[in-house]
Write a protein of this length. Sequence first.
Length: 72
Amino acid sequence: MISTRRDEIQRFLSWRRKTRFVRHYGGPLLAMFVFIACIHLIWQAYGHRTNKGKDSKPESIQVWQVKIPEKR
């Protein structure tokens, strides 16, 4: 009984030593990775949007405006 409890404690302490880095730095590293991924996606979407605007004609940039036809 005592030896099995001691083995269980030793296995637990071994697991704690092996996972110390992940438990200590895992949360901040994950938060930094998510932040960098969001910044990258925003940067990519902004670049895609500005490149699209440069290639198109000035009339098509403001699609929402309605042009009234000239009278004859």
